[in-house]
Design a protein around this ligand. Structure first.
Ligand SMILES: [Zn+2]
Length: 440
């Protein structure tokens, strides 16, 4: 066919085009595995990039020139001067709880430790008391408000753990609320059962009996009702031992729940080794993990979910050794650890903390809140990168390039959020220009 002759190829229809982005961070790669080492720096950047979306799915990614040539968009959004990236994935939250702990925050400022507060019946046990008392309606409305905050800051997919019920009835209540929130809100929620988050007050001094309750009654009930995909446990002094954690995770596996573990957060117990041993999808916190634990995780491909905001809120000044973990070939993801003790709904701030306190580069941190976070919750085939066939979850940030992430912090950089192909947050429209009212 000679050049310039013949019919021009007709354009494919699309519902939405995002065009003229300074950068589109596709996070695309030829590996289907979580990114490790240097791969964490490869963001698959397209300059002057564009995205075509149809029926909630990505149907085209490329240069603006090529995408506008191939697709006709029913609506078109310009991202000029801005960047486009996958919606953030938050792989670790404790979304559903009632009450708050701002009084206790003050005693922590004055020097009380997490375990001291727990031993005096405060901390998580206070939240358990308030959550048990709360109705499904109350917990649902609290959850929706938090999800609104999260999506306004760019989080389109998140994991949520139960664990403020600590008895069969209230754990099921929390998981039912989680299911309801997933139906009501445009965010996508992945559910984790964490009945072993703490030893409830009525079992104090009798942890073994509570472990039996979790394994014999809670796990089968949660699995039968199909209320969770993962099982998590808090392996720590004052909570569950290595041996108990392992039994709970193996029990979870036997009823079809994939293991996750809160490991080595406040002391070195060896939770990372247990994660490798039971074939956990992820191990979380890892502040005190030894190099042996890191090696065991690398050998088994366990994702490290690092939670710098949790470390920040513990106020010990100690953070996970992200450099050692990344350089050892363990895939790293980042999460908020949103909970009553660490009230953060913003993955942008987590990126800033990862850069400042753990010496992760912006590229590594971006990989950790997108594709690797998706791997940590078994959703990497659907979200976490901008590739044809994936769910159209994308965010536009009001910065000229990706290195502003982590560098400019404390304000919300989100301009727009697209979830399942639908524009759900538009801060350009929602923000009133307050300066107009300066002179009365
Ligand atoms: Zn947690």
């Amino acid at each position: 066919m000679s050049k310039g002759k013949g019919k021009p190829k007709s354009k494919e229809n699309a519902d939405l085009l995002l065009v003229n982005a300074e950068e589109v961070l596709t996070l695309s790669s030829d590996t289907a595995k979580p990114r490790i080492g240097k791969q964490m720096c490869e963001l698959g950047i397209i300059h002057d990039g564009a995205l075509a979306i149809r029926e909630g799915e990505i149907v085209g990614v490329g240069k603006t020139h090529d995408i506008t040539k191939a697709f006709k968009g029913a609506s078109v959004i310009s991202a000029q001067g801005k960047i486009v990236l996958p919606g953030f994935v938050d792989p670790h939250t404790h979304l559903v709880f009632a009450g708050s702990r701002e009084e206790e925050f003050q005693t922590r400022i004055q020097g009380a430790s997490y375990l001291e507060i727990l031993n005096s019946g405060g901390g998580i046990l206070k939240t358990v008391k308030e959550t048990r008392r709360a109705s499904v309606e109350k917990l649902t409305s609290l959850g929706l408000e938090r999800l609104d905050n999260m999506i306004a800051h760019g989080t389109t997919t998140l994991e949520s753990k139960s664990g403020y019920g600590l008895n069969l009835e209230d754990e099921l209540k929390i998981l039912e609320v989680t299911k309801r929130l997933n139906q009501l809100h445009s965010s996508h929620i992945v559910s984790t059962f964490m009945g072993a988050q703490a030893v409830p007050i009525e079992y104090r001094g009798n942890t073994e009996e509570y472990v039996t309750l979790v394994i014999r009654e809670m796990l089968p009930a949660v699995s039968k009702k199909g209320l969770a995909e993962f099982c998590d446990v808090f392996c720590e002094r004052g909570a569950f031992t290595l041996e108990q954690a392992k039994r709970i995770l193996v029990g979870g596996k036997s009823v079809g729940l994939k293991p996750k573990i809160h490991a080595d957060e406040m002391s070195l117990l060896g939770g990372a080794e247990i994660a490798a041993d039971v074939g956990a999808i992820s191990a979380e916190h890892l502040i005190y993990t030894s190099s042996n634990g890191v090696k065991a995780m690398a050998d088994k491909g366990v994702v490290a979910v690092l939670l710098p905001a949790a470390a920040f809120s513990l106020m010990t000044g100690k953070y996970a050794n992200a450099r050692l973990i990344i350089d050892s070939g363990v895939p790293v993801a980042l999460g908020t650890d949103f909970n009553a003790n660490c009230w953060i709904e913003n993955q942008q701030l987590v990126v800033a903390m990862a850069c400042h306190f753990m010496h992760m580069t912006q590229e590594e941190a971006i990989t950790a809140v997108t594709i690797n976070a998706a791997h940590a919750i078994n959703r990497a085939s659907e979200v976490g990168s901008l590739e044809v066939g994936k769910r159209a979850d994308a965010i536009i940030l009001n910065v000229p390039n990706h290195r502003f992430l982590g560098y400019r912090f404390g304000v919300n950089l989100v301009d727009k959020v697209i979830k399942n192909g639908r524009l759900v947050v538009d801060r350009e429209k929602q923000d009133e220009p307050v300066f107009l009212n300066k002179n009365e």
